[in-house]
Write a protein that binds this ligand. Structure first.
Ligand SMILES: Cc1cc2nc3c(=O)[nH]c(=O)nc-3n(C[C@H](O)[C@H](O)[C@H](O)COP(=O)(O)OP(=O)(O)OC[C@H]3O[C@@H](n4cnc5c(N)ncnc54)[C@H](O)[C@@H]3O)c2cc1C
Length: 372
């Protein structure tokens, strides 16, 4: 049984590692470099803190728990602090805390200076989410690739899949150099590029226009001696640690102006604005921008994952989602089971076929603190 996985981001590599560890013959094909797509431009916060509806919350919670149990290279159980300085955010945070504690999510009000003494501007009360974490996607993707190789997978980098076809006997995958591969099953985990291969089965939100829901700006900065270990959300900025002396920051309200067709550089006025907010949070001027990148969210039209067969012969499977960092391990486990012929009830709501009849309104852009 040969499975071709198209796309070497966090979803494709996690699935390829799991399938090969389970004894499958796997070919993983990546058009550029492994982990170089959206997974390289992600805030990569692992959470279930603001997910709707409840079934999607439960899926993300399973993702959080899967990381806590496995702790793969690149993962850290950082916890997250959040406090509000704007009234609308304060009301929203109170509401989220009430919902989350009622659901049994680990969330408590704390004195943030006790948990993160290096935050001099913190108030005396903040929400704390101890089970949340962060990923360093490049490290985790490299680990998943190494695992897949160790179990015998063939990994192909720098070659794109240009077309797919299937019939009762199997599937055929064509690469950009004309080579064709025969497969029993093909999983397309090509992120924002998935619709080019699967068309209307995988409709995604716009990620190519100014301020589109799929567009998000991330700033990487250096702060010498930074000791911050937690993810921190305030009303004006989200930050997370990123290696020694490093952090990643985002200001969701500024995403509305971002033009994904432009190159952004650390001297851009938007970078200056985010830096000013980070300096105010950390109470230091020693924050310098390293890079400013535009991320493209593979955000399905209704905001929920897409996981399921796209063809009548059940040979070509779509695997695309936002929150893919949080969801990669739990979804990879379920998708692997479905490929082995064991339908997974939690995935029933996420079939591509729902878009043929869907009346769901288009998903709103994440612009408010606490969203992603
Ligand atoms: C600004 C921003 C912040 C985010 N923050 C979070 C967060 O905090 N928490 C969270 O859980 N998620 C977050 N996400 C979402 C998360 O990053 C994505 O859901 C996840 O990275 C998607 O992974 P992927 O493997 O599906 O896609 P990708 O990482 O894009 O991988 C797909 C790969 O497929 C390859 N490919 C494309 N076409 C072909 C082809 N024809 N042939 C071969 N290969 C092909 C690409 O080169 C690419 O490497 C964020 C996203 C953005 C943009």
């Amino acid at each position: 049984m040969t499975t071709v996985v198209v796309g070497g981001g966090i979803l494709g590599t996690t699935l390829a590692a799991r399938l090969s560890a389970g004894g499958r013959r796997v070919v993983l094909i990546e058009a550029h470099r492994f982990g170089s797509g959206t997974s390289a431009a992600s805030f990569a916060w692992i959470n279930a803190g603001n997910k709707h509806p409840e079934s999607y919350y439960r899926l993300n919670l399973a993702g959080v728990r899967e990381y806590l149990a496995e702790r793969p290279p690149g993962y850290r159980n950082s916890g997250r602090l959040e406090w509000a300085t704007a009234p609308a955010h304060a009301a929203d945070l109170e509401r989220r805390m009430a919902t989350l504690t009622a659901r049994g999510y680990r969330a408590e009000w704390v004195d943030p200076r006790r948990i993160a003494p290096e935050l001099p501007t913190a108030p005396d009360r903040a929400a704390f989410f101890p089970d949340e974490g962060v990923l360093h996607p490049a490290e985790t993707v490299a680990y998943r690739c190494a695992e897949a190789r160790r179990y015998g997978a063939r990994l192909v980098e720098g070659r794109a899949v240009t077309s797919l076809r299937s019939d009762e006997a199997g599937a055929v995958v064509t690469l950009d150099d004309g080579e064709t591969l025969a497969a029993d099953q093909v999983v397309v985990a090509a992120g924002t590029v998935t619709p080019r291969l699967l068309g209307a089965a995988t409709p995604l939100c716009d990620h190519e226009s100014v301020g589109a829901p799929g567009v998000g700006l991330l700033l990487r900065a250096t702060v010498p001696g930074l000791r911050l270990r937690q993810v921190v959300f305030t009303s004006s900025v989200h930050v997370r640690p990123d290696g020694p002396d490093g952090l990643i920051a985002q200001a969701l309200d500024l995403d509305a102006q971002v033009d994904p067709q432009k190159e952004y550089h650390p001297g851009h006025p938007t970078a200056e604005e985010i830096i000013a907010r980070v300096r105010a949070l950390l109470g230091t001027d020693a924050v310098t921008a390293r890079s400013l990148v535009v991320g493209h969210r593979p955000l399905p039209a209704d905001g929920l994952p897409i996981a399921g067969w796209t063809d009548p012969h059940r040979r070509i499977y779509a695997f695309v989602t936002h929150s893919g960092v949080t969801l990669a391990p739990v979804l990879a486990r379920m998708v692997a089971a479905e490929l082995a012929g064991e339908p997974q009830e939690p995935l029933a709501a996420y079939r591509p076929q729902r878009f043929a009849t869907s009346t769901a309104p288009p998903v709103a852009a994440p612009r408010r603190p606490g969203e992603q």
